[in-house]
Design a protein around this ligand. Structure first.
Ligand SMILES: Cc1ncc(COP(=O)(O)O)c(C=O)c1O
Length: 482
């Protein structure tokens, strides 16, 4: 008998599929009632270290293992009191969209097909929302790192077209500039792009955490004087540790004046364009040469989902287009034209991420998502107010948006080692009790509890609950740590 991988009994499969959907909807609807996070059990670890499965297992048993060993142990980012790193939560319709996309499973490199039209449609919306021209290059990618990497790669190849064929060896050293607060994707990208991690010039910030424009100008001038080639300036629309937005307008002026590529990392902050209240803060974003943002962070959608926009689509295409005789367009049929999306980024085969965006944006409408974003800013500011009003809490650095760094500080304690030990323990107990999940960072050498609110399920009461828990744990732990 010829085998396929389809179910042998579609009716059994349908019943199990319905159960899976019911279970997941129940899981999502009940998130608030459970712990934010719990450590993976020893049984789960054992169950997830089995030998290679050469022989079959009934799907129902595999699913049972998922229910027992996988579903209960996520990172917790879907929970309303998850505030760690910068993670999104996923939405209910996003979950269904993934099922639909996976059921179709198209290859979205291009081709004459509906999935390509869906991606073109969402990219057209996103371009318009971000203030980019209708003919700019745009692509959905796996996330912020990939989107940023593509932006800087187009910058590199546009300034030095010979690099594509000859590589980066020889010639003047290329330099990239951004504030000290720029996320570490830039070093990873500089390495991947052959510029070397030291190509990144980390420039000082002003008292509001924004790139210091005078320091930037000096750094560029010094590199020019040393015979190096300034390439690109990165503006931050939401720094990872402070949610600070650089003066994007001034950076656009500076880059225009200096003939430099202007790239904006808006991994989470660019979605402020959805907000009628906050979008003004991004003034100048629309003047950038390229920008990166995620919908899997403050766009609330499921992983993986980032987007890159490049003002001059031809430059993006020139960076990635390839020819291969087996991909030659035939003018008609399934592949009338060159594969449009594969020619704009590193991936040839691509999945149907766009469906998630298409469904979510249409279902909620941009204004509603914008209002939820406004709510997160309000929650962060409530936390700031509580910190500032309470002598036992100390705000660490500016917190103008949705990221708040702070610490518990027992009266008159200025011993940094003790403060770190206390706050580290507060953090771990918050996480391990399942009460709330902030993460940590260093602010000017001080250990900070870091709360990033990119969570559509969070309420103001969750913020109060977090602040109360920090105070309660802080008092207890401070007594134990001298
Ligand atoms: C400001 C900023 N840029 C870039 C990234 C990297 O994005 P991703 O994790 O989607 O690759 C992050 C991740 O937190 C970020 O906060």
């Amino acid at each position: 008998m010829k085998e396929t991988l389809d179910p042998t009994d579609w009716e059994d499969f349908r019943a199990l599929g319905r159960r899976m959907l019911d279970d997941l909807i129940e899981h999502m609807a009940g998130l608030r009632e459970g712990p934010v996070w719990q450590p993976t059990s020893a049984q789960a670890k054992a169950a997830l270290s089995r030998p290679v499965p050469w022989d079959p297992t009934p799907l129902a048993s595999v699913y049972q293992d998922f229910l027992t060993h996988v579903l209960p142990f996520p990172t917790g980012n879907a929970h309303p009191r998850f505030f760690g790193w910068v993670m999104g939560n996923g939405t209910a319709e996003g979950m269904l969209a993934d099922l639909l996309a996976s059921g179709m499973n198209p290859h979205v490199g291009g081709y004459d097909q509906s999935a390509t039209l869906v991606e073109r449609q969402v990219l057209a919306w996103l371009r318009e929302i971000m203030g980019y021209p209708a003919d700019s290059g745009a692509l959905l990618v796996s996330g912020g790192t990939m989107a940023n990497l593509i932006g800087v790669m187009v910058a590199r190849n546009s300034a030095n077209p010979q690099i594509r064929d000859e590589g980066v060896l020889g010639g003047r050293r290329l330099r990239v500039y951004g504030s000290v607060e720029t996320h570490s994707w830039i070093e990873k990208s500089a390495d991947l792009l052959g510029l070397g991690r030291s190509a990144m010039r980390r420039v000082a910030v002003d008292e509001r955490g924004r790139i210091d424009l005078r320091a930037l100008a000096s750094a560029v001038a010094a590199d020019r004087a040393a015979g190096e080639q300034p390439l690109c300036v990165i503006g931050n629309a939401g720094t990872v540790d402070g949610g600070v937005i650089d003066d994007l307008w001034a950076l656009a002026d500076f880059c225009a004046d200096q003939g430099l590529w202007f790239h904006v990392d808006g991994a989470f902050g660019a979605v402020l364009t959805f907000s009628r209240i906050h979008r003004e803060r991004l003034r100048g974003l629309e003047r950038s040469d390229s920008m990166a943002f995620d919908l899997h962070k403050w766009g609330y959608l499921q992983y993986e989902l980032g987007c890159v926009l490049v003002r001059d689509q031809n430059k993006q295409r020139a960076t990635f287009v390839t020819d291969a005789s087996y991909l030659e367009p035939l003018g008609r049929g399934i592949q009338p034209d060159a594969l449009e999306f594969s020619a704009l980024g590193p991936q040839l085969s691509r999945g149907f991420r766009a469906l998630r965006v298409w469904i979510a944006l249409r279902h909620h409408g941009i204004d509603k998502i914008g209002r939820v974003i406004d709510g997160n800013v309000e929650q962060a500011q409530r936390l700031v107010e509580r910190i500032v009003a309470d002598p036992r809490l100390e705000l660490l650095g500016p917190a103008p948006l949705n990221v708040v760094c702070f610490r518990y500080r027992p009266p008159a304690c200025s011993d940094e080692r003790r403060l770190k030990a206390i706050n580290r323990e507060i953090l771990l107990q918050l996480q391990e009790s399942g009460e709330a999940v902030p993460s940590s960072t260093q602010r000017e050498g001080r250990f900070a509890l870091r709360v990033a609110i990119t969570n559509h399920r969070t309420r103001l009461s969750d913020i109060d609950r977090l602040a109360d828990a920090v105070l309660k744990l802080g008092a207890r732990i401070a007594d134990q740590i001298s």
